[in-house]
Design a protein. Structure first.
Length: 636
């Protein structure tokens, strides 16, 4: 796990950016605190920050070159099947000078060019430079675990793991208002766009080539889902459970390879518990980690985590935190965010990663299971909407009531009212609109109203582009969509752009590598060959996971409400953060001088925040806080 950056200058104007390579590399220090090195020739520069995981010796440092000196690589990630790939190369007569997966990656390219990408089992973002042909090949892993940003114009090509490194090159910081419009709806900005017009994200499962100053982008992986093939799949549920267990256990085993201390996150939920249990089978000294909220029992699940740790006999550490402890980290998190990203559960991930890093350099997590197998409330809601019973038919009739009852996430009853209101509203719309509504925190109309009237023309001018890009996120949905179509949409929108971005950003802020066994491509491919009712039914979510490991886990983990990995954000915004909101970031003078937002609409949100019916407004306020903090740091 590392940080990478580089430049390919096409002329003398572009070459002037070479002087920033050292600063861009240094900006990635937290992604790679163990070693830094750079390479540059007349028109190409490569920078690398290393977090040593596999083959920690100096011979595995990067940029790494083959013996001929023709091919060089900077690489971020892990290839878990590198030993098998190395063996096949050795059988072809290839020799190696290190024990690293980096060298395997480089030599696979030398012998197979970009055809080798589908052989890789792992997560990665890398750039390979061919001095002789004067080409770059960059690629990103299948599901977007690792980030890769780039800028391409007539003078140069730049790339980096994080925006803060891109900014060190002195790029123009032109705000992309269409991205801001998307952000105000989702609280994140999906690939391929970023908050800046000139900077793009390479999408998951894609590669990019630079040759003779020209850029081309291709796709090497697509989840192999076909509704027709699923219908024809004759596998029994019992056989599917056996295959699922074998694939998941093999994935966990692959992800235990490490030359540094390795542990596992353990929240007490089904996903992380299964991963910790399987890891413990093959690593008897497994150390597990969880955080709890001493002041907020509604959000605390550490009793379940302790139960699982005792069941599997892991060495378990609980970081029990007060609201004061949690809030103490907020400024550090806001300072690390270099593009607006406002999933508030990032606060939890940051603290968990920070505490875990004191004991381990690598941690396994249960991320990806909900998107893959139907674990979210919205998945159950989609299922009920497609196959309504008397309850589902009755709920929309009381929509007027749900909209008026107090809604918030802070206790069970008001959270139920919130869910009923969202469910009832969603049923009024088509499947495509319903999905977007349930994926969003604000409607397009609400997001547009938040913008200053003089800025709204940016959105109307780019309306066709927004419709087109939004269409790519909901392209799998139609009136007859089943749960697999919903899950596929989540795998392409929510998983890479929200969930994996959150984990990568917050873990790398603490120099911790996080591995996700549920996102092994063999397991994902298998899961999308299965009927939807193998994954979720009206009675059970993540059915195949729960049934496969029912006798493996403590019985108390079953039949309890699912809780998100949340923080008491509403309470913070009403109390500790209130002066920051009222007197600083969302103050009238600042908003009007900034000229981006409509202060009247922000005032409405602030009043709702302090009302008895806040709903999800705290998440929208948090999105504004994150943006304003980012703006002050990077745009003023």
């Amino acid at each position: 796990m590392c940080g990478i950056t580089g430049i390919f200058a096409f002329n003398l104007v572009g070459k002037m950016n070479m002087i920033h390579l050292a600063n861009a590399t240094r900006a990635l220090e937290k992604r790679g605190p163990d070693f830094q090195d750079m390479y540059h020739d007349q028109f190409v520069g490569l920078g690398h920050r290393r977090l040593s995981i596999i083959d920690t010796s100096a011979v595995a440092n990067q940029p790494m070159w083959d013996e001929s000196g023709r091919y060089g690589i900077v690489y971020n990630g892990e290839i878990f099947n590198y030993r098998e790939l190395r063996k096949t190369l050795e059988e072809r007569g290839v020799s190696f000078f290190s024990q690293s997966d980096t060298e395997v990656l480089l030599k696979l390219y030398i012998y197979d060019q970009e055809n080798f990408l589908n052989k890789l089992n792992g997560f990665f973002a890398f750039c390979i430079y061919d001095k002789q042909e004067q080409t770059f090949l960059l690629a990103r892993d299948r599901y977007g675990v690792k980030p890769l940003l780039y800028l391409y114009d007539e003078d140069k090509f730049l790339f980096a793991s994080e925006m803060k490194a891109m900014l060190e090159y002195g790029i123009e910081k032109n705000l992309d208002f269409t991205s801001l419009y998307t952000y105000l709806q989702l609280n994140y900005i999906p690939a391929p766009d970023t908050i800046f017009q000139q900077v793009k994200k390479l999408s998951p499962g894609h590669y990019l080539k630079i040759s003779k100053g020209k850029l081309s982008v291709g796709r090497y992986y697509l989840i192999p889902y076909s509704a027709e093939k699923v219908k024809k799949n004759s596998i029994s549920y019992e056989d599917a459970k056996q295959t699922f267990r074998h694939l998941l256990e093999a994935s966990v085993q692959r992800r235990l390879v490490s030359d540094v201390p390795l542990g596992a996150f353990l929240s007490g939920g089904i996903d992380s518990s299964v991963i910790a249990g399987l890891a413990g089978k093959h690593k008897p000294d497994l150390h597990t980690f969880s955080i709890g909220f001493a002041d907020e029992k509604f959000f605390d699940e550490t009793d379940y985590a302790r139960l699982v740790a005792k069941h599997f006999n892991t060495e378990h550490t609980v970081f029990s935190l007060t609201n004061k402890d949690l809030y103490a980290h907020v400024h550090d998190i806001l300072n690390y965010v270099d593009e607006p990203f406002a999933d508030s559960s990032a606060i939890n991930v940051y603290i968990l990663s920070k505490e875990t890093r004191k004991h381990a350099t690598v941690a396994l997590s249960g991320d990806g299971a909900d998107e893959l197998l139907g674990g979210y409330n919205k998945h159950a809601a989609f299922l009920r909407g497609r196959h309504p019973g008397w309850k589902e038919n009755l709920i929309p009739k009381f929509d007027w009531l749900w909209q008026r009852l107090p809604q918030s996430r802070n206790n069970t009853l008001t959270n139920l009212f919130r869910q009923l209101a969202r469910y009832s509203s969603g049923l009024k719309h088509s499947m495509e609109v319903r999905y977007w509504l349930w994926a969003s925190l604000a409607s397009g109309k609400e997001a547009l109203a938040l913008l200053h009237p003089e800025q709204r023309h940016h959105i109307t001018a780019d309306e066709d582009y927004f419709s087109a890009i939004k269409g790519t996120w909901i392209k799998h949905l139609h009136s007859q969509s089943d749960i697999n179509d919903i899950l596929l949409s989540d795998m392409e929108l929510v998983l890479p752009n929200d969930m994996l971005t959150k984990v990568d950003l917050m873990s790398m802020a603490n120099s911790l590598e996080v591995r996700t066994p549920f996102l092994d491509y063999e397991l994902v491919n298998f899961a999308f060959s299965l009927p939807g009712d193998f994954k979720i039914t009206p009675a059970i979510r993540k059915r195949i996971l729960q049934d496969t490991f029912h006798d493996f886990l403590p019985a108390k983990l079953y039949n309890r409400p699912k809780k998100g990995f949340e923080v008491p954000l509403l309470k913070w915004l009403r109390n500790e953060m209130k002066p920051l909101i009222i007197d600083d970031l969302l103050a009238k003078d600042f908003i009007e001088a900034q000229g981006i937002f409509n202060f009247a609409e922000i005032e409405k949100l602030k009043r709702q925040l302090l009302s008895s019916n806040p709903g999800d407004v705290h998440a929208r306020i948090w999105g504004l806080v994150v943006f304003q903090w980012w703006w002050k740091k990077y745009m003023r």
